[in-house]
Ligand binder design. Sequence first.
Ligand code: UDX
Length: 455
Amino acid sequence: MMAGQEQHRRRVVLFPLPFQGHISPMLHLGALLHARGLAVTVLHTGFNAPDPARHPELGFVPIHEAFPAEVTSPGADIARQLLALNAASEGPFREALASLLRLRGGGGHQADVACAVVDGQCYAALRAAAQLGVPVLALRTDSAATFRSLLAYPRLLDAGYVPVTEERLDEPVPDLEPLRTRDLIRIDGSDADALRRLLARVAGAVLASASGVVFNTSEGIEAPELAAIRRELSRPAFAVGPLHLLSRAPAEQTLRAPDRGCLAWLDARPPRSVLYVSLGSVAAVSRAAFEETAWGLAGSGVTFLWVVRPGSVTGAGDEAPPPLPDGFSEETRGRGKVVAWAPQREVLAHAAIGAFWTHCGWNSTLESVCEGVPMLVQPCFADQMANARYVTHKWGVGMEVGEVIERGRVAEAVAKLMVGEDGARMRERARHLQMQATAATSSAMDSLVQYILSL
Ligand code: UDX
């Protein structure tokens, strides 16, 4: 692209929520919009800032926020964290966007802003963009099923399904099958009022401020959910995923450096022989659950690659990975590898991987689906419950590790998935689902670009 051409591109301004599972899909979207002729500026927080060098085609502008510890300390109550993050980023985001718009006033073509695309959780930034007169789209980095359940919250509150109570945990939720009450967003340990305020603001901002919604999912796996959302929202909804596949970026822009040595280790293993274990970028489990996981893996007899991330055990600090139980490394020598952070997409694409033990963050779920890898699910909070339910009861490509993590059950579940007949059936279905998910063409992205240019 020559400098003159760059000058005449219409510009899209992106604003990701500053967490791993949100930054990756937003930057993939940015790369795709750029490849279709738009100029892209990423406004971002200094906290968890992306690395501009990894995306030379995009412009990066920090917003100079001052986040309280409630936002930046790991293990924070998530509803409160998102409320505080929205409150503290609204002003700095507004100023940064207004400065970009002033460039236009100065006659530069560079800032001919066609629209903003803001993470769907950033309701304050969605509102700020609309108030500045900039058309704004919400990017949902979770599934269409999750957003559909969010839109249903007022109805579910009236009908007493939420707040979720012990007695109704296993009740199916009408019109949201296969979800049960327990699969709805409820953040354990979170203050119910804060959660209610957050969900109302998130859904409210889309309805009040957004000119459309963009989903990192594909019609191939969530067509009914997308159709229901379109019926309910009187604005366009684009299913442009799986973004990581379409953007063809070699790997995620990750906030931690991956341990690439595990790829050579996988090269030496037979096809489908290794269980990959990772609970994503934020979830933390108790020390007891961590130890049961370790001894369950040891007892299963299966070969495994386990991501033990700093901060993944509550109370163990986030400077270094939590220590493994005494004797675990000796017991599993030769058939187990533990790393602090893996190049996950490359791992899931490796022929040696037989299954994925996951917390069911939406990116991990989608990455596993796109590689045809069956899953063992251990959802921890938020949308992970609904994703896990879809994996086990809608798509039939995974099984639960059990509500209580206990070494005997862990060993049994792992062996069942890796070497049992159930596992073989799930692997077969996973291959089928992979075809449905990856059949997505670029036509949804083309429609999105046309829509952006029409705003
Ligand atoms: C958060 C929320 O908790 C989740 O509910 C929501 O759906 C997305 O954001 P997170 O833990 O970040 O989840 O999980 P996920 O969405 O799966 O994203 C994690 C990303 O980190 C994936 O893209 C995965 O490939 C990457 N990753 C994870 C690595 O690259 N290496 C690792 O070792 C672990």
